[in-house]
Design a protein around this ligand. Structure first.
Ligand code: HEC
Ligand code: HEC
Length: 205
């Protein structure tokens, strides 16, 4: 009982903080904008670009964080003195289902912009070959199509892509349909794929 009470109070607090950030939601809510900025375009290589992703995809990520089935980015949160939450799972667990849907709709309405970064053209060419053979069937048009509901890959920060592929390879992030293609990747393959999505981000967004 005590725990339930605590949880509902926290949820109300989160609701008040989110409501204070304006209409549901023309911009990224304030509690999230510390890292995702008002427009969902990150300037930190560890933080993905959330703008432009499909509703279903974003909802899924927030549910997985809330349930703790996706890794919670504890180390990243520990490096942020300006954020009270201990990790991403705690942030997502504060949200109601309605808030999750509203946030996901707002993200879909925002324009995806490529992360600013360099790109190694030789490695990108290697990455293109791997992508075409193993990834394009689910991440069409070089992972640039939101309606695939698999997350926009083109234009994501390289460090983020690398970290996620290592999570999938180690079965630390669901789903199995994504873990399976990651199992076959070497560290060099992963680096090359990240360069490829960086290159495609520059030419497409
Ligand atoms: C302290 C910084 C921080 C805050 C605050 C934060 N995030 Fe994040 N967010 C991150 C990081 C870092 C990742 C990548 C996590 C990883 O490496 O697995 C991420 C990932 C995500 C993803 C997954 C995107 C993808 O492509 O898979 C979504 C969706 C998201 N955040 C939404 C939110 C929302 C909504 C809020 C507010 C309720 C929020 N975030 C608050 C840093 C933050
Ligand atoms: C059978 C379909 C399938 C194949 C093949 C596949 N993926 Fe995925 N991938 C998915 C799905 C579905 C998701 C989204 C999962 C979710 O909702 O969390 C995803 C998510 C991802 C993400 C996380 C995006 C984000 O923003 O969080 C990355 C990175 C990724 N895939 C890269 C790849 C690469 C690289 C390959 C090839 C080696 C590949 N995928 C092959 C289906 C696939």
């Amino acid at each position: 009982m005590k725990n339930l009470f605590k949880r509902s109070r926290l949820t109300l607090l989160a609701a008040a903080m989110l409501a204070a950030s304006g209409a549901l939601y023309a911009e990224v809510p304030e509690v999230c904008a510390v890292c995702h900025h008002d427009n969902g375009i990150s300037t930190d290589a560890h933080v993905p670009i959330v703008a432009g992703n499909a509703v279903f995809f974003t909802e899924n990520q927030l549910f997985m964080f809330a349930e703790g089935t996706r890794s919670c980015a504890e180390d990243y949160f520990a490096s942020h003195d300006d954020v009270a939450a201990k990790d991403h799972c705690a942030v997502a667990a504060e949200l109601s289902e309605e808030q999750i849907t509203a946030i996901a709709e707002a993200f879909e309405g925002m324009e995806h912009v490529a992360f600013e970064q360099d790109c190694d053209v030789d490695l990108a060419a290697t990455g293109e070959g791997i992508h075409k053979a193993s990834c394009e069937k689910c991440h069409s048009d070089a992972g640039s199509v939101k309606d695939d509901e698999a997350g926009i890959l083109a234009g994501q920060p390289k460090a983020y892509i690398i970290a996620q592929l290592k999570h999938y390879r180690a079965d630390e992030r669901p789903p199995a349909e994504m873990q399976k293609p990651a199992h076959g990747l070497s560290d060099d393959d992963i680096t090359a794929l990240a360069e490829f999505y960086a290159r495609e981000g520059k030419s497409r967004f």
